[in-house]
Ligand binder design. Sequence first.
Ligand code: ZN
Length: 336
Amino acid sequence: MSDIPTENYLAHLNEILHDQTQPLSNSFRYYVEFLRNTANLIDKGRFTRVIVKLFKEIKKGDDPRGLKIGEMLFALNNAWKPTSRLIIQKTSDPKIFIIRFTNASDFAAAIYSIPNRVHGKLLTMRMWSSNSRIEDIDFTAQDFLISFELRGDLVERGFVADKVAEKVGKVLTLIGHVNEKGEYQAHVIAYLTRALVHQVKIIILDGEDRETIKLNIFFMVIPHGTCRKCWNVDGEHSNEICRRRMVEYKKNMPKVYVYMEEGNERVENLTNAAASLRIYESEIGKIDFQNRGTKRRRIETDSAIKIEMIVENLNQPKDAGTGKKALQKLVVTLIL
Ligand SMILES: [Zn+2]
């Protein structure tokens, strides 16, 4: 996301923030708010201070106070190539710094380096103001750009890509497929407190048959400090912890179920149709954001809306006379 944020991007972040059907966890909400606030500032050509956490372990023999201001400044000048001066302040935590920008475009360049790295380690950012307190800041989420490839029969089932991306984190954008290899690209927010989702199991159920595919998730930029065995961003861990985490990940690998059987697929499609009634979240880019904004405001005036769908009752046998399955009314209530 090196683009300067557009109105659409801001509208989209606002929609995610107000998506009541699937409330965001506190960490994700905090981070989406950060993205929205900074995008707003960039849009207006303004800038602010940020507080950053550098995921760099302090080893024996290192200065327990962490990187010196001069070292940090050198690294950031290399990473961002700012046109104006950066002012860096240390805090009581050796991994946490406060950075003041003196130029809006430098601020934009820093915010839209996803993710930021210093000496190969992750540098995650949040807003900082004179009212902020370090202990209130949540540093446990970060956005990443990812890609993955789905084979043809899974590309045809459009929902599979959505489900895969959702396993990695909160999806801000999903684009695809972008080529004949079935490649999808996504911008997602992931937790830093657990392993990055780098492999997903797709389980395809077709009647009695069951096929399992292990799908690799490719992180377009990843801090070198990320452990390539247990995929934790925070490199501070022993071999024992690393092994335990690897076993844990394999045991609980995120799974996406795909039903090939016709009946089950109908249920699947129906579930997806009901999910897409959330209106503001899915189908990015297909619907004009402003239209959706209006639609949402209109919906918000009611406390709940009911949507009715007439569907075949899949569990009922066919009617002997007409040969059709009984129809059933499905009522979905959205509480807003
Ligand atoms: Zn590890």
